[in-house]
Structure formats: structure tokens, C-alpha cells
Design a protein around this ligand. Sequence first.
Ligand SMILES: [Zn+2]
Length: 203
Amino acid sequence: MAKLYFHYATMNAGKSTMLLQASYNYRERGMSTMLFVAGHYRKEDAGYISSRIGLESDARLFRDGDDLFAAIAEHHEHASVHCVFIDEAQFLEDAQVWQLARVADRLGIPVMCYGLRTDFQGNLFSGSRALLAIADELREVRTICRCGHKATMVVRLDANGKVARQGEQVAIGKEVYVSLCRKHWEEEMGRWAPEDFIGFAGG
Ligand SMILES: [Zn+2]
């Protein structure tokens, strides 16, 4: 039985590196993979996935309304697909997560999704909500807070290094994202008075 997997984490946990490494492992054994990445915030038509350690691969873009089951089934008819990889899976639509479930269930192809669980305000992304609901396997990709505990949350810093407490779910610009544990996230978001404040400028 092929499965639908969701590897989730905060920012900068190395998800893309894991995805590219896993895809490479398939290809090294003579198998073929299909890679997708969110096209929502990209102008060009050709996509690519890159990681901080220098790995890179071409990828197809997915956007709202795209039928991923149809795209994968069509490709699979001409050339066998052994595994599908989705980067930035938090941007999938609910319907697209179901399409990917059908890729596993009806085509017998495993689907590996990588994405963020929550946004900078601590709310689930749409794709992550659907994946948490119906994926066969949930795997947490670990990264750590500045305090050494597991980071499960993310704050967004603007160009001046100030923590954003409101705003759009996704900002395209000079923002920087920092992964934190929940305790320090609440302090940075102004939801709890810190005892040992070592936070960012302003806030
Ligand atoms: Zn912490």
C-alpha cells in the first residue's frame, strides 16, 4: 500500500534538503520521481527546489485549482512514477490534498509532502490542516529554539528586526523567520511577560 506522508516542521528545519535527498535516493536506484513546489509566490513558470546546503532540482509548480491527480496520472501513463514529492505543502488546497491521497490509493504511488505546520501567528495553513487530518504518516522534522528546546513555532521579523504580530499569512520581502519553542514564541508575540527576555529588537 502506497502512503501519503506529511513531514512537517517550522522554518529552516532543512525540509527541502530532506526532500531532495530522498528524491535523489530514488533516482540513484534508477527510479523516477515527480517534484512539485508551490507556484503561488513565483512569477516564472518553471519551478525549482533548492536547499541551504546547495542541493537543487527542477520541479513543477502547483497553484490553486490545479488538478494534481490528473497531472500525475497523465505523466505516469507515459513514464512510470515511483514517488511524488511536494515542497511547500502548506499551500496545498484541501481538494489537492485529497487528490494526492488518491495518487497513493488509486495509482499506488507514495506521496511525500514537506511543509510548515503553522504560520507566524500560530495558525494552521490550509494544506497542513488537511494533511494532518488525512495523511497516513506524520513525521516531525526537528529543529531547535535558541534555548535548546524543540522549536515548534515561528516568528517573523521585518526588515528592522522587529517581530510581526499581525499581517498577511505570507509576506514577500526582506522578512526573516526564526523558529522558537512555544514558550519563547508566546513571549516574542507579546502574549506572556518574559522573565528572562533575550529577544529580538523591539517587538
Ligand atoms: Zn525556547
